[in-house]
Write a protein that binds this ligand. Sequence first.
Ligand SMILES: Cc1ncc(COP(=O)(O)O)c(C=O)c1O
Length: 445
Amino acid sequence: MITEYREYFYTIIQIAKKTPLKINRLNFIRSAATLATLSMTEIGAFAQQKSIETKDIISPTNDTYWRELRQLFPLSKDLTYLNNGTFGPSPYPVIDAMREAMMDQDREGNYGGYDSTPGKIAKFVGADESEITLTHNVTEGVNIACWGVPLKKGDEVIISTHEHVGNMLPWMTRMKVHGIVLKKFKPGNTADETLDNIKKQITSKTRVIATPHIPCTQGQVFPVKEICQMAREKGIYSLIDGAHGPGMLVLDLHDLGCDTYASCTHKWMLGPKGTGFLYVRKDFRDTVQTYYGGAGTADEHWDLITDPITIGNYAPTGHRYYGGTQANGLYKGVNAAIDFIESIGIENVHNRISYLGKYMQDKLLDFGKDKIEVITPTEDRSRCAVNGFKVKFMEHSKLYEKAGENKIRIRIVPECGLNSLRVSTHIYNSTADVDKFIDLIKKLV
Ligand SMILES: Cc1ncc(COP(=O)(O)O)c(C=O)c1O
């Protein structure tokens, strides 16, 4: 079956090779025809013709399919990239969409053109178009939500001990400026334990739970649905740092029940760097004050000519939080990133990266606690594509260095004094990438 699929894949690539390209013949892979190789319809037709199951071709364990897929990324062949948690390399169709849109804009003098992006993101994450604000990164979305919610001196905000600076400094700054109080919870070894640890921090003064969905440190998937439900029952706002949610998990923000969700499209969605979004639940919009005014942020009832000046309403959508000229090319890239993931199927992506995450975790656990301490929970619902670990047999920075020398890119985790390492895998990775990293550790132990 695997050999047959290879044959099919190469046939499509041959077709793509012959397709006249606008950009560069060598980059044949960039053509839309190649993208079609990923589409479930194509694969379905092929599977039917060969009397095999579609799910077998695109199954999480079929390394062949995913290895072929890597050809759609410009990632250097000799690079083992295990750092998707920092940013996700884009595939060619995303880079091309960006380039084409930028060329088009500069050639034709067209303005705008990114109006379709909030709707596309909304559909991808289970929200309404009016609930999506375009941002440049997670940090921007966290800041909009953090500064927008009404808080006074002494009000308490619960964050985790595993924060990225992007969900820490906004709250610490508000602490400095407005005298709010920050309370901290530790991630537990299980979802229930984490929920319990948060519960213990709640007092009559708690106004906000501002937790990551998945912290940057060790990739633990927090039980956000339960956290938000608990918050809602107690009249507490739930403002989620969702840096690692979309593209890794199958998301339905309405079902998750959070008040806001700040995320980006440059990590697990494999989109252009410097693009993100903030979800603000529609019934929560009027609770989050905008401090940003400009083109697009207000309705038409604002008038400087009248006397007195007419003050109207804010835009009745997430557009009230951003205004002015946007990077059309980048947002065309975001649209293409969503198309790319959807052509594979977000469930298929999620299943594959969960599989690789567990594959990595099992291999790290095999070293034993005296050599490697895995700090990501082993509970199924609490882990996915990211693993954090502490090195017991040498300085963690030394292992990081050695990985770099071997063209394996991982991340050091200085956050919260953890001094650990983090490895994260996406669809362009294979088990061979994991094995290469594990073999390096074996040589050093
Ligand atoms: C959990 C978490 N929150 C926030 C951020 C900040 O993201 P950005 O650089 O898009 O603002 C990151 C980045 O790695 C992160 O991992």
